[in-house]
Design a protein around this ligand. Structure first.
Ligand code: PLP
Length: 400
């Protein structure tokens, strides 16, 4: 059984700042919720019983460790040694379950009986509803009314798992508005409810907590690389970034390893100059979004600008503070991948390796063509999720 590491290796100060990014820009009414969360997190993350239960569920329920697969066809195509970290094989189909289990266990220890979550495409909503069912808790998922219409299969999964799905009509009725509604619901029920956030975003301490629960990904990578190639560190780690949680997990144990190139693939949508993108690091301004100072897409009038990507999991107008910081100091390199490139990468993986990836993960795969790779370079792509949820989009291409 893999014992994980619970050290805090993040470049974060006690107020939750990663350089100039992060912090907790919140109304007074949320202060005590966040303080209670932080002290419970610090207590339980160091508690051997909590750690043992987290590890047991990751192993027996999620199916960890997820395999590290040497993709021979992709390796030939790109002229390097390409490995896929198979988060797509996790229960519920993506990396989000790692964090949902960690936060769910924390909520239970804190005596809460109801989980509140927001969701865009529904992947995090399904992970939250799953954990609520597993731990015997109630679950309310806030989802933009527009997303409820677009993502019916996931809405039905959440309902089958016993969650209540609340359609949010405010604004343009997508993820951004769902986050506001979930935060409001939390303020109103601080005693019995727990806000189960879906990415490494939001006010401190959420970005830190999510990154640390997801750090199991790079912890396993190191062990698996050591076993398979005799060294722990690859030359590259590549991950797609929406809010930045799978990237945080995939980069975590390599942040201080200067020889490892960390590549973050941002969704360019219809193109960096098209005005329809989700490239918040490349094109954003520094502003506060959902309680955290970070890189945010803004319009000409300085207002928040809606993000666009073919991938619902990447079309968030901000980015977690860790990723904003790592890019600002040059520790990560940002590579843009647009809708077409991501789709091509998805079909390439399906047809050369027999794996149908999530559209989000396909942006990381699309970054491979933009790296200057050598034959003996070891490249790990974090395959964050599977493509079942994206079959409608893929079918449209097939019928063209
Ligand atoms: C939600 C999601 C993402 C994007 O979220 P991050 O927090 O940036 O990881 C990426 N891949 C998949 C499969 C997702 O479901």
């Amino acid at each position: 059984m893999i014992r994980y590491s619970y050290e805090n290796l993040l470049p974060v100060d006690k107020n939750g700042f990663y350089g100039e990014f992060g912090g907790a820009f919140i109304p007074e009414s949320l202060k005590s919720n966040l303080e209670e969360l932080e002290s419970a997190f610090r207590k339980y993350i160091a508690d051997p019983e909590f750690q043992a239960e987290f590890e047991r569920l990751l192993r027996d329920y999620v199916g960890r460790p997820s395999p590290l697969y040497h993709a021979e066809s992709l390796s030939r195509i790109y002229g390097a040694q390409i490995y896929l970290k198979r988060e797509d094989l996790n229960h519920t189909g993506a990396h989000k379950i790692n964090n949902a289990i960690g936060l769910g266990l924390l909520a239970k220890r804190m005596g809460k009986d109801r989980l509140i979550a927001e969701t865009g495409a529904g992947q995090h909503g399904v992970a939250a509803a799953t954990v609520a069912a597993l731990l015997g808790m109630k679950c309310t998922v806030y989802m933009g009314a527009e997303d409820v219409r677009r993502q019916q299969p996931n809405v039905m999964r959440m309902k089958m798992l016993g969650a209540e799905v609340v359609a949010v009509d405010a604004g343009n009725a997508t993820l951004n508005n769902a986050v506001d509604a979930a935060l409001n619901a939390w303020v109103k029920n601080p005693d019995d409810a727990f806000y189960l956030i879906g990415s490494a975003v939001g006010p401190h301490p959420y970005p830190e907590i999510v990154a640390r629960f997801q750090s199991v990904i790079s912890f396993e990578m190191k062990k698996q690389l050591k076993e398979q190639i005799g060294r722990e560190n690859p030359d590259y780690v590549v991950a797609a970034i929406g809010g930045g949680s799978n990237a945080a997990g995939a980069f975590y144990h390599f942040i201080d390893e200067a020889s490892v190139n960390l590549i973050a693939a941002e969704a360019a949508g219809k193109g960096a100059d098209s005005g329809e993108t989700a490239a918040s690091i490349s094109l954003g301004s520094t502003a506060v979004l959902h309680g955290s100072r970070t890189k945010v897409l803004v319009g000409e009038n300085g207002d928040l600008k809606e993000a666009y990507s073919i991938s619902a999991g990447l079309d968030y107008p901000g980015i977690g503070p860790l990723q904003a910081y790592l890019a600002s100091i040059g520790r990560t390199r940002i590579v843009l991948a647009d809708d077409k490139e991501a789709l091509a990468a998805a079909f390439q993986l399906a047809r050369t390796e027999g794996i149908i990836p999530a559209l989000e993960s396909s942006h990381a795969l699309a970054a491979l063509a933009k790296l200057d790779l050598r034959e003996d370079d070891v490249v790990v792509v974090n395959l964050s999720g599977r493509g079942d949820k994206d079959m409608d989009t893929y079918m449209k291409i097939l019928s063209e």
